[in-house]
Design a protein around this ligand. Structure first.
Ligand code: XMP
Length: 493
């Protein structure tokens, strides 16, 4: 191929062709893989951006059946603490419960409960032997906060369960004794876990939640390749992250495979995704480095200016397709990152070759995204910005920004000298994530029924595109009418 070899297509250039459907809509499954060993029940990831994914969004995403990727524009400790918050938030069983010593003060117990948003903690000795439990109820009527935990706790013998107890048996114990927390102990009385009634309630409320083998919500987190990125990856793994995303804007840099290989060599239990790439060769380089997933997208994002500032990128449908040519045969899942505007774009990404998609602007307006609501002329907005925007890369007097190495500018010390590749702005407030996801996944279900696919694999294999013209795109959107009522899944072009 010469210099002008290929035509690049994106979401608006194509439509999916309807196919025969020999099933009912109820038979449709949206389950898919993020990486070799991490699966989701809906093929959606929230973007690793500081206005999209912190612990609260990651928890909400996993409850809905997808997964959040925690951004890295913050210190290593803070990012690792967020992983910890997600992993402890809801689970069949907490394997490593927060505990307190008997000689701690009530003040300290309060602070602990507040920090981890829990209503009580098991009390253990230095060796981990269970001595009792202290809950908000035990502490509520104590005015002297310097008193010790041992004075107000419910001491042993407590109602406890044996390690390995079934969910049903645990629920039965909680119900019979009208208690909210069931500590799990081994034969020597050592605390080995905790089951709480709240987790059962949540399990019923979020039946589609994406969980790990221990019943904990799954979560991913981004790292870079520069400076202390490897130490960051280590801290995230220690905090229990399910997959790491080695995430820089130029994923075809040799530094990405190097970082993937280093993490994988030292941490066999965690999946490592690499990106971002936009070509078959770049995807192949990541496959060869042992990547467990490949993230695709150079410049399609709503806040990106890479394609104008650098003149670089590949329209997203083509980029996903090209990357899938390398990833597919190797059994490595592809994440289509950025550029999705409507629910229909999800199925388009999957048919092009992605296994999941990553969303920024579509989720930045949710209640669970970081940042305050802004009122402007009676309308509600939330701020959203590119991680390569000036605002995200500026140090603002702090010792460092953690975002600029995504755009290879970690060595730029003067904010005035930064070359931004993104913009800052706002998106309409969209309410809770659950209703946004309901529309997005509802749209995907419709796509799958139109295509006649029961599974993501089915539409990836059998889906076909038709290329459309500007007239076709005009025909696709509402036309020749003035919209008077906003639809929950369409806000105009
Ligand atoms: P959407 O379209 O969902 O895109 O808002 C989110 C994705 O955009 C990427 N991203 C950027 N790309 N400059 C870029 O060129 C930026 O400042 C920037 N910030 C984020 C990223 O891949 C994200 O998931």
């Amino acid at each position: 191929p010469g210099k002008f070899a290929t035509l690049g297509l994106t979401y608006d250039d194509v439509l999916l062709v309807p196919g025969p459907a020999d099933m009912t809509p109820e038979e449709i499954s949206t389950r898919s893989r993020v990486s070799r060993n991490v699966s989701v029940n809906i093929p959606l990831l929230s973007a690793a951006m500081d206005k999209v994914t912190e612990a609260r969004m990651a928890i909400a995403m996993a409850r809905q059946g997808g997964v959040g990727v925690l951004h890295r524009n913050l210190s290593i400790q803070e990012q690792a603490a967020q992983v910890d918050r997600v992993k402890r938030s809801e689970s069949g069983m907490v394997t490593d419960p927060i505990t307190i010593r008997p000689d701690a003060s009530l003040q300290e117990a309060d602070e602990l409960c507040g920090r981890f948003r829990i209503s009580g903690v098991p009390v253990t000795d230095a060796a981990g032997k269970l001595l009792g439990i202290v809950t908000n109820r035990d502490m509520a009527f104590e005015t002297d906060r310097t008193r010790q935990v041992r004075e107000v706790m419910t001491p042993m013998p407590l109602v406890t369960g044996k390690v390995g107890i079934s969910g049903q048996d645990a629920m039965e114990l909680l119900r019979r004794h009208k208690i909210e927390k069931l500590p799990l102990v081994d034969g020597a009385g050592m605390l080995k876990g905790l089951i709480t009634v709240k987790d059962f309630v949540k399990a019923e409320k979020y039946p589609r939640a994406a969980k790990d083998a221990d019943g904990r919500l799954i979560v991913g987190a981004a790292v870079g390749v520069a400076g202390d990125s490897y130490e960051r990856a280590q801290a995230l793994v220690e905090a229990g992250v399910d997959f790491i995303v080695v995430d820089i804007a130029q994923g075809h840099s040799k530094l990405v495979p190097d970082m993937i290989a280093k993490i994988k060599a030292n941490h066999s239990g965690v999946d490592v995704v690499g990106g971002n790439v936009a070509t078959r060769d770049a995807a192949q380089a990541l496959v060869d480095a042992g990547a467990d997933g490949i993230k695709v997208g150079v410049g399609p994002g709503s806040i990106c200016t890479t394609r104008v500032v650098a003149g670089v990128g590949v329209p997203q449908i083509t980029a996903i397709y090209e990357a899938s040519l390398a990833a597919g045969p190797a059994g490595v899942p592809v994440i289509g990152d950025g550029g999705l505007q409507y629910s229909g774009d999800i199925a388009k990404a999957l048919v092009a070759g992605a296994d999941t998609v990553m969303l920024g602007s579509l989720l930045a307006g949710c209640e669970e995204s970081p940042g305050e609501l802004r009122f402007i002329n009676g309308k509600q907005f939330k701020s959203y910005r590119g991680m390569g925007s000036l605002g995200a890369m500026q140090t603002r007097g702090e010792s460092r920004s953690y975002s600029k190495d995504r755009y290879f500018q970690q060595a730029v010390n003067d904010d005035e000298k930064l070359i931004p590749e993104g913009i800052e702005g706002q998106v309409p407030y969209r309410g809770p994530l659950s209703s946004v996801v309901h529309q997005l996944v509802g749209g995907l279900h419709q796509s799958m029924f139109y295509l006649g696919g029961r599974t993501v694999e089915d539409i990836k294999r059998d889906g076909r595109f038709v290329r459309i013209t500007a007239a076709g795109l005009k025909e696709s959107h509402p036309h020749d009418i003035q919209m008077t009522t906003e639809a929950p899944n369409y806000s105009g072009r």
